[in-house]
Design a protein around this ligand. Structure first.
Ligand SMILES: Cc1cc2nc3c(=O)[nH]c(=O)nc-3n(C[C@H](O)[C@H](O)[C@H](O)COP(=O)(O)O)c2cc1C
Length: 206
């Protein structure tokens, strides 16, 4: 049985959100083409996602050392662990997100913070860190108003998420980007339509 986790990092109504449209196009196509898979939807804006900070770091450290956590640390640690275990358990993960202010929404940044746990998603070796999730497949669905050259240092959303994933050893990454619909308003409808068709097709073989 294959489990696929769909993560949405945008709470704008779908009619106003291109990454939301990508999410639903991919999801509907995926459900139709993979009727036997278990699909889990995770809307990050509907979750309580505490920031990485002292309480979280201290709770993670104490838990790893077998030291008793304070009630506050335990509450935060349980949230982090719930998301971490769900991500690890999924065979495939789809993440939809916009480019906002040069990077990803803060909720996605927090979510990715939760995935960094030694012994679970990576391990330290004498040669450096090694990712532990090499069997996982990921699809990234991103919308950005301008056009960015592949690998450009000013694009810090797709490249940011990919850096995290590769750190965890994930190399099977499908990326679909709708871009330039603000930069070229006269071509906006065609750009969006084309991107949604790509998402529908990619979902069939994901
Ligand atoms: C708050 C905000 C910040 C944005 N920042 C950028 C940006 O840095 N670069 C860019 O190319 N487009 C930027 N845009 C345009 C978005 O990338 C574009 O609207 C895209 O469709 C966002 O995905 P969404 O439609 O799912 O919200 C921004 C839009 C908003 C609302």
């Amino acid at each position: 049985m294959t489990t696929t986790l769909f993560v949405k990092a945008n709470n704008r109504p779908t009619e106003h959100s291109i990454s939301g449209k990508l999410y639903h196009a991919f999801l509907d196509s995926y459900r139709a083409s993979h009727p036997n898979d278990t699909v889990i939807e995770l809307d990050l804006y509907k979750e309580q996602l505490p920031y990485l900070g002292h309480v979280m770091i201290s709770g993670n450290f104490k838990s790893a050392q077998g030291i008793e956590l304070t009630p506050e640390e335990k509450t935060v640690h349980d949230i982090v662990t719930k998301h971490l275990e769900q991500f690890i358990a999924a065979d495939k993960v789809v993440i939809a997100f916009p480019l906002w202010n040069l990077t990803v929404p803060a909720v996605l940044h927090s979510y990715l913070d939760y995935m960094h746990r030694p012994g679970k998603t990576f391990k330290y070796t004498a040669e450096g860190s090694v990712g532990l999730l090499s069997n996982k497949k990921v699809a990234l669905l991103n919308a950005r108003g301008g056009i960015y050259v592949e690998g450009s240092s000013s694009e810090m959303a797709v490249s940011f998420v990919k850096k995290h994933l590769t750190f965890f050893g994930i190399t099977d990454i499908t990326t679909i980007v709708i871009e330039g619909h603000h930069q070229f308003p006269n071509r906006s409808d065609a750009i969006i339509w084309d991107g949604l068709q790509k998402a529908i097709q990619a979902a069939k073989t994901f």
